[in-house]
Design a protein. Sequence first.
Length: 472
Amino acid sequence: MVRSLAQWTKTLSFPARISPNKSSKESVNIHQVSPTVTPTPSNSSLSPPVIKNNEINNMMNNNNCSSLTEVNQIYSDPESEKAIMSSVVYCIHHKEGCKWSDELRKLKGHLNTCKHDAIPCTSKCGAQIPRVLMEDHLKYTCPQRRTRCDFCNKEFTGHTLENHMGNCGYEPLYCENKCGVKIHRRHLSQHKASDCSKRLLPCRYCTKEFVADTLPAHHLKCGRVPLQCPNRCDVNVLAREELESHLKDECTISVHSCSFKEAGCRFKGPRFAMEKHLEENCQQHLQLMCSVVSKQQHQITSLKSALSRLSLNYSGTLIWKISDFSAKIAEAKTKEGMELVSPPFYTSQYGYKLQASLFPNGNGAGEDSHISVYIKILPGEYDGLLRWPFAHSVSFTLFDQSTCPEKACNIVESFIPDPTWKNFQRPSKEPDSLGFGFPKFVSHEMLKKRHFMKDDIVFIRVKIDPSKIVAV
Ligand SMILES: [Zn+2]
Ligand SMILES: [Zn+2]
Ligand SMILES: [Zn+2]
Ligand SMILES: [Zn+2]
Ligand SMILES: [Zn+2]
Ligand SMILES: [Zn+2]
Ligand SMILES: [Zn+2]
């Protein structure tokens, strides 16, 4: 328990309530009227009268030990004095736990031994210490005590130890870098500078800083670590990050594959041999490339046919857009029999395969004056499953591209195939050039009217209608 001198002094200083200069009469009156001094009740020895500590202190402690003399002076009446001094009181340290109680006259004697009464520190540090706490004080808190540092075992007085604590070189401390090491204070700075696994160290190759214990891992991948060319060429030392480009572009010994490897050349050799190989094998390389090209050509063809299969129209209705139409008419006038053909289309997913054809300068009866349109049956994938001859009705529509759809006036021609017509029998593998349709579909005069041609584009719809099958 640590108590300062000031605290003890405070405990011992009590305010004076009885002045030694008061007249005896007043004093007696005080005695008589004071609620704090109570005569001993004749019927009870267990309840001693109580004089409050403050008053006793005043009596006992008025700067000297003459308090009782003063009491004598105050109570000049010998009878009163005797009565007062015979009053039974508690020890002034009653509240601190002293159980003593006896006549007032014996109090002073008691205080000489009362373990709660304060006396000057026996080591002369100047503090007033209750007897009961003296041993503790001398051992633990007295600034004059002799004591040893737990760490270095040197001897100190109490207050020099306080200065020493926090500076003792032998106190074990954890390293602040959290490396887990506990070390004497005197070795700590040396540890942090040269041993600590968590100190920062620069990589000696790239000079970036790393925590010491991660440095070996960094060295395994640091781009600046010097390496030898694995081919042991005349370049002695390379930084790791330069090795790849060295092997690829510079190393005279590293083996490369011929640049025609993908085309099938199996030659491998160092740089100088490669130049010779390329020079001497032009012919072979050319042959390899030719076979690559023809292989690719096949691939392109099969991709194209796969693509056209995917983009085939299976709806039975073709909207055929023909652009630059006046140029096509003009061209057809100079080229006899010029025919445009539409992309093939199917009447349904597993139906007939058809194609429309158009003669811009007419054909047969329409030649030189009309555009002629025809439908052809092409050999299809599912012909073996279909009914022959083809008997769906076919209609051709030339769209009027008027901006106002209500006023548009399309030209439509349609027919139902005659079962005797050769053109509608199952087609042979050889595409049949014959079609059926309208040689005089629309005259060149009519084509110029309305909005059949707009932006030099015509739209022709070819619609196949299976609902109008004609029974054979
Ligand atoms: Zn006591
Ligand atoms: Zn002391
Ligand atoms: Zn120490
Ligand atoms: Zn450390
Ligand atoms: Zn590095
Ligand atoms: Zn090399
Ligand atoms: Zn080659």
